[in-house]
Design a protein around this ligand. Structure first.
Ligand SMILES: [Ca+2]
Length: 339
């Protein structure tokens, strides 16, 4: 009873915050079902058939839990080490090594075809969904409809909802299997619907881009995503480095002034050649010389006065998946265990 009362209170508060955001944006808030009619109208104009809409929105209601998650304010911060220890844990290291062996042949084929090293494909797969074992159990259409209804990021999620309707219409997934994270990231690669449409691959050529159930499609889709974001398989992501104090003190001055679409890049210096960095006294974390290759690298210190990294262009490819230096380092460091 008490729980029910509290639940009702939470629901009321969250709906209040929906109208508060709407008010700020001058968007009149309408009942969810009326709003859904406007989505149907738009979808029809954009080529979604009535039969698809009927299947998609049959019994779809606002998901209060998703609304609460979307409105939740994060506070406090995690240390980089704490984050990395949690993400690059012994389970992921061992399981990923096992997956590298188990799927060796397929990974080799995908690696050659897309020019993306297998160890990075497996690292993304591990970080995103524990190698396909946890892909999220939320109804994608319901989640996206809820998030699109919430004015906070409504425009973005409305576009994702439109993409999701097309995915359903094109038969890549059955309605009842159309599952993902609460925020609409789908399948073993956790693609948002618009990225699915742009980058997912039907590698086993059965007519469906099945990032939920086919490892062939999952690996090729991740590899294709990275290739389309400028991946180069002739080098790695970068490394942890040790800095002379003069370089560390000068770090903030080396950062770019211009705004960056991906905020993580505001912590990346302009690139210089490895030779330049070396002449400034930068060494590997073990104190050795940097690789003698002709490569450009940016210096990144994600946490104030914390660990320092020299990163190559591929690191930006990882950031394109999720714009966070902590996230990118977790994928990068995990991949190093799969060499
Ligand atoms: Ca397929």
């Amino acid at each position: 009873m008490l729980r029910k009362a509290i639940g009702g209170l939470v629901a009321a508060l969250s709906l209040a915050s929906v109208s508060a955001v709407a008010e700020l944006k001058n968007t009149p808030i309408q009942p969810f079902d009326n709003w859904l009619d406007t989505v149907r109208d738009e979808a029809r104009l954009r080529g979604v058939a009535d039969s698809t809409l009927a299947v998609a929105f049959d019994n779809v209601s606002l998901n209060q839990k998703v609304l609460d998650l979307d409105n939740r304010q994060f506070s406090g911060s995690v240390s980089l080490n704490g984050y990395l220890n949690r993400k690059v844990n012994s389970y992921r290291i061992r399981k990923g090594q096992q997956m590298m062996r188990e799927h060796r042949e397929l990974l080799k084929k995908v690696e050659d075809e897309y020019a993306v090293q297998a160890r990075f494909i497996v690292a993304f797969w591990g970080i995103e969904t524990n190698f396909g074992s946890y892909t999220g159990n939320h109804d994608v259409i319901r989640s996206l409809a809820t998030l699109a209804y919430n004015p906070r990021r409504g425009d973005y999620f409305r576009e994702e909802l439109m993409a999701a309707l097309h995915i359903l219409q094109d038969g890549h997934i059955q309605r009842e299997d159309f599952k993902g994270s609460w925020a609409g990231a789908m399948g073993q690669s956790q693609f948002m619907p618009s990225n699915f449409i742009k980058f997912a691959r039907d590698y086993n050529r059965d007519g469906r881009k099945d990032i939920w159930g086919s490892e062939e499609d999952v690996f090729a889709s991740i590899a294709n995503y990275l290739r389309e974001h400028g991946w180069r398989d002739d080098h790695t992501w970068g490394r942890k480095v040790s800095l002379p104090s003069a370089v560390r003190q000068n770090y903030e001055n080396l950062l770019p002034d211009e705004a960056q679409r991906c905020r993580a890049l505001t912590r990346h210096t302009r690139t210089r050649s490895l030779r330049d960095w070396e002449s400034m006294g930068v060494r590997t974390s073990a104190g050795g010389m940097l690789p003698g290759r002709d490569l450009q690298a940016a210096l990144v210190i994600p946490e104030k006065n914390g660990q320092a990294y020299l990163v190559y262009d591929n690191f930006k490819g990882i950031l394109s998946y999720n714009c966070s230096n902590y996230y990118a380092l977790s994928v990068a460091k995990l991949s190093d265990y799969y060499r």
